[in-house]
Write a protein that binds this ligand. Sequence first.
Ligand SMILES: Cc1cc2nc3c(=O)[nH]c(=O)nc-3n(C[C@H](O)[C@H](O)[C@H](O)COP(=O)(O)O)c2cc1C
Length: 376
Amino acid sequence: MNVLWYMCAPDGRYPWQPEGSRPVDYGYYRQLAQAYDHLGYTGALFATGAHDVWVLAAALLPYTERLRFLVAIHPGLIAPTLLAKMAATLQEFSRGRLMLNIVSGDARMLGAYGMTMPHDERYDMADEYLTIWHRLFAGETVDFDGKYFRTVGARLALPVGETIAPPPLWFGGSSDKALDVSAKHVDTYLSWGETPEQIKVKIDAVRERAARHGRKLDYGIRLYVIVRDTDAKAWEAANELYERMDETAIAANQKFVSNTDSVGQRRMSAMHGGVKPDDLRDLEVAPNLWAGIGLVRPGPGTAIVGSPDTVIRTLEAYREAGVDTFILSGMPLLEEAYRFGESVLPRLDVNRELPQARQFTWSTLFDRDLSKTAAG
Ligand SMILES: Cc1cc2nc3c(=O)[nH]c(=O)nc-3n(C[C@H](O)[C@H](O)[C@H](O)COP(=O)(O)O)c2cc1C
């Protein structure tokens, strides 16, 4: 199984409050990357946030040896040929440790970058974008004349497919259109932390659509973890967070998430309804799965709560539903990466395999017609 840990600001003991936040800067990111690598996680998710993920990933590469970098991208914000070139470069420098997370964001956020397409059309655009991407990584010279993109003689100069394997594509999106695009183009379909029962329904839907393209995907989930020595202590820790969730913080987050066009976000919000009950256990939406974090945090808002045994049992419930990739986090990222990394991770069969470095010889170059490379 793949177990990744999260890599994105803000962070702290309760980062929705200024006094619960810590500065997240280059020095701290280096600590995170080195800790995750040392502890034995498969990789780290670089989500789109305050820091640019490409700069961040490139800057952290020298501090890691085996950690894979799952870098989030919004289709269409960068020209497909340029994005493929950036990815091929990082893939070469990291010896195959790059993976991309294809995310379609939401209208508000993308509007700030000048992308004003409505929700469903963004996925039509992503379909074209990923078509060009696949052809570039197949080593083709791409002349493409679509509705959203036009390329003339696009080609990657680096020896993709020979020494540089195409980075695996992962994907997050829960709308109907999202399921279609993932079925057609990506390797791993991701969901935010819905219950094992809910995720199974989604997996079945993606699986059926992927089969229509003759494809098979892997499946993953993004969750928080609150693990302590006993179940009681874990719920106490959850309660400490819960007590810090004041009405102002909840109202601010609910306002932020209420006018999104993201179906995935609406599904997360439905798990708590934006209301804080007196007893935190009223937000236990499945055994050991707590939806309370979603009150103050947009996006992934559910946590597995319990002892190491309970956490492992809950991960097993997801595995039975078809999930074999877990992208986890705790607050703070560093301390909880250690806690989980020492109490649970060694008991899991974690994938730490590195892709085989392929041989790069002069003949690799001679075999390619470099006159056709896009940018020399
Ligand atoms: C595991 C996971 C990670 C995600 N990471 C990001 C991200 O880094 N940036 C972002 O804008 N959206 C991210 N998203 C959200 C998708 O962009 C989101 O689902 C999007 O709003 C598409 O909406 P849809 O559910 O309506 O298809 C992520 C979603 C999942 C499931």
